[in-house]
Design a binder for this molecule. Structure first.
Ligand SMILES: [Ca+2]
Ligand SMILES: [Ca+2]
Ligand SMILES: [Ca+2]
Ligand SMILES: [Ca+2]
Length: 451
């Protein structure tokens, strides 16, 4: 809910009647959840069915919930259907968007809630189901026991008396005739949308389709993350039985706000991660489990690459992905991931790294710093030490049909510089022996891998 990389949850409670509120709990990096309270709302109504989704497609998760309850003598009518909007961009602070649920559901004993994009317009719609309904008869103010609580919801609070102390004294009598019960019903609310962009990601586990795969076909248990260009990362778990007696649509739906594209990453049950770059606004992506762990890539690049290639061939053969889409999954699997020792150039395509050797013969990784899309600096000795190598990877495809590697090193330390075209899976290595003044590298035939 606050886009900090730790999953959070929303828990409903009996609200006005118990003095506690439905509220969200924020995950922390090392495990425990923090009760963040109800914030400036003070108090929120009781709830049953709850869905966490980005109803306004602005890039953060909002909360929709319904709830009613029969307490023998009276019935709780406090919750007319509540949409709590995550304010700003993933602030994790919520305000009540009263206009989002214009129909007053208070007389429906709504218990089930599910969301999904019913009309495929890119905005998720909401369905709720009530176990019964009641025509208001003898209404009591809901804050009678507690209030007013100072909450925005005070004025929605109502109770319906079902039984009353009547003649003869000491007996409860059902208030027959005061109100009328009717069967539960289904409510469908279709979002009217706004101008924000979205993507929709359907996870597809490939157990029994690919060797080494472990995940069920719906991808239940996976956590999908989306990072819009220039925006914070939001997460959505694929959950079976998403709320009370309900099931949300099984796709992960993300709002982009005004962003045009972003990166999807999925963490499958068991720990394997897959990525897809450049997912475009309005795209409905089917994301198959490619059971090759990115974490093994550095340790065993050849094994990792053949695992991915075999998986992509098998998925194409099985008709799960189109042959023309192999390239994007390949890119997601192999692309450079920037780090302290890994320099990414030309987006995430080229990876530059170096190892140097000290006077005792021990090798160390060089620190990297990007300058722009085509160049970067490498230092050997850590913070504040002089720049040892300046590297350029130049796109000379148009005129010479090649990517070029140019580098200048002002050192006589021994080093090995490796530049990899992650998309093509080919590397060039340049070595300087210890004690020799390094020569400039002007490799105009480095990668014949255009475009
Ligand atoms: Ca969080
Ligand atoms: Ca939102
Ligand atoms: Ca928001
Ligand atoms: Ca819709």
């Amino acid at each position: 809910m606050n886009c900090d990389g730790a999953l959070d949850f929303f828990a409903t409670d009996t609200g006005f009647l118990s003095g506690s509120a439905s509220r969200w709990f924020l995950g922390t990096e090392d495990g425990p959840f923090v009760d963040s309270g109800a914030g400036s709302l003070h108090m929120t109504p009781f709830g049953w069915g709850t869905s966490i989704y980005d109803y306004d497609n602005d890039g953060d998760a909002d909360v929709l919930y319904h709830g009613g309850h029969e307490f023998l003598q009276f019935m709780d009518l406090t919750n007319g259907g509540v949409l709590l909007q995550n304010t700003g961009e993933c602030s994790g602070r919520f305000q009540w968007d009263r206009r989002a649920v214009p129909f007053d559901h208070r007389n429906r004993n709504a218990m089930g809630v599910a969301v999904g994009d019913l009309d495929l317009d890119g905005f998720e719609d909401a369905v709720s189901v009530a176990s019964f309904g009641v025509t208001p008869g003898f209404l009591l103010p809901g804050t009678l026991f507690l209030g007013p609580t100072g909450s925005f919801f005070d004025f929605t609070a109502q109770l319906e008396e079902l039984w009353a102390v009547n003649e003869p004294p000491g007996f409860l009598t059902y208030r027959e005739g005061m109100h009328e019960f009717h069967d539960g019903d289904l409510s469908v609310e279709v979002a009217s949308g706004n101008g924000n962009n979205w993507v929709d990601v359907r996870t597809l586990g490939t157990f029994h389709l690919l060797s080494g795969a472990r995940v069920n076909r719906d991808g239940i248990g996976a956590v999908v993350s989306f990072t819009p260009e220039g925006g914070p990362t939001s997460m959505q778990p694929i959950v079976g039985g998403s709320s009370f007696a309900s099931q949300d649509a099984l796709s992960a739906h993300f709002g982009l706000g005004e962003a045009e594209r972003g990166t999807v990453e999925v963490l499958w049950p068991g720990g394997v991660r897959n990525r897809v770059f450049d997912v475009r606004a309005g795209e409905r992506l089917v994301l198959p489990e490619i059971p090759c762990d990115l974490a093994t890539r550095d340790r065993d690049p050849g094994g990792y690459r053949s695992c991915v290639e075999q998986a992509l061939a098998a998925l194409t053969e099985a008709g799960v992905i189109a042959a023309r889409d192999q390239g994007r999954f390949r890119r997601g699997a192999f692309a450079c991931k920037a780090g302290e020792y890994d320099l990414c150039l030309h987006g995430d395509r080229f990876q530059v790294e170096a190892q140097w050797t000290d006077g005792k013969g021990t090798t160390h990784d060089a620190f990297v710093e990007a300058l722009d899309q085509k160049s970067g600096l490498l230092t050997f000795f850590g913070d504040g030490s002089p720049v040892e190598i300046h590297v350029n990877v130049l796109d000379a495809c148009r005129d010479y049909g090649n990517y070029w590697v140019f580098a200048a090193a002002s050192t006589n330390v021994g080093y090995t510089l490796t530049v990899t075209d992650t998309l093509a899976g080919t590397s060039r290595t340049y070595t300087n022996p210890s004690g020799r003044v390094a020569e400039a590298i002007t490799d105009t035939s480095a990668f014949a891998t255009c475009p």
